[in-house]
Design a protein around this ligand. Sequence first.
Ligand SMILES: Nc1ncnc2c1ncn2[C@@H]1O[C@H](COP(=O)(O)OP(=O)(O)O)[C@@H](O)[C@H]1O
Ligand SMILES: [Mg+2]
Length: 260
Amino acid sequence: MANVICVSNQKGGVGKTTTSNALTMGLSARGLRVLCVDFDPQGNLSFSMGVVCHNDSTDTIYHVIKKERRIADAVRHQEFCDVLTCNVLLKTLDLEFTGAGREYLLKQALAPVQNQYDIILIDTPPDLGLLTINAFTASDYIVIPVLCDTYSLQGLIQINDTLRQVRLRSNPRIQVAGVLLNRFNPRETVSGVVRQTAQSIAQSLGMPLFDTIIHSGVGLTRAQIQQENMMLTETDSRAVSDYRALIDELIRRGVVRLHG
Ligand SMILES: Nc1ncnc2c1ncn2[C@@H]1O[C@H](COP(=O)(O)OP(=O)(O)O)[C@@H](O)[C@H]1O
Ligand SMILES: [Mg+2]
């Protein structure tokens, strides 16, 4: 049975897609069978994984949810992992599904392939709407990237409220794997303060803060724009080695299990 991890934060530009990409590439390099699911209608993860997903594409997670495609036929087999893509059509989901059980759509869609993977990673949109609720309902763990500023940290309170509701209604199992400080710049004197503040806010919400911090690094952006595997092409990047350390930490914390 795959462990399901979603990467989420209602703010845009905090590193959800970058983290989804890095974890997918890094975990597959450790020999795990990884499926990454692009669940943000912007389709950024699909693109960075090298999949061209046009607006008229009919083999996306949206079509699987609508039962217009079998999931096995929609999964794209890429060099390093499998990818379930999406496009802008996914946006219409909350208008099309209004009845009871609408938070289980993604979980039900993924069920037939759960046994074929060790890890399923879900990238989410920058809001706490139906798509994110579906990702929370389908997941065992959530990784929450935040920027090193006060407003990002305040956003944790809203995520926590949503998680509380999800635990009551559709998924009592979901746990916060950790809050991940991203785009850390040690030259900014405020960085140390941010770390301390993050620690105390996370603690007051009962969320662990990852020991690992992701430094700022242009290599992450470059690899994604060029649709390359950052773990292989940006080996000199501090940020890429941070993501490797994050994977070690996920293993240490029992969020990810290696074979054997
Ligand atoms: N640690 C980092 N250092 C430098 N750039 C980063 C870092 N993390 C993310 N970025 C860049 O910031 C932008 C937003 O990141 P992204 O992962 O797309 O955020 P989100 O998915 O939360 O909207 C992208 O251009 C990405 O390459
Ligand atoms: Mg994104």
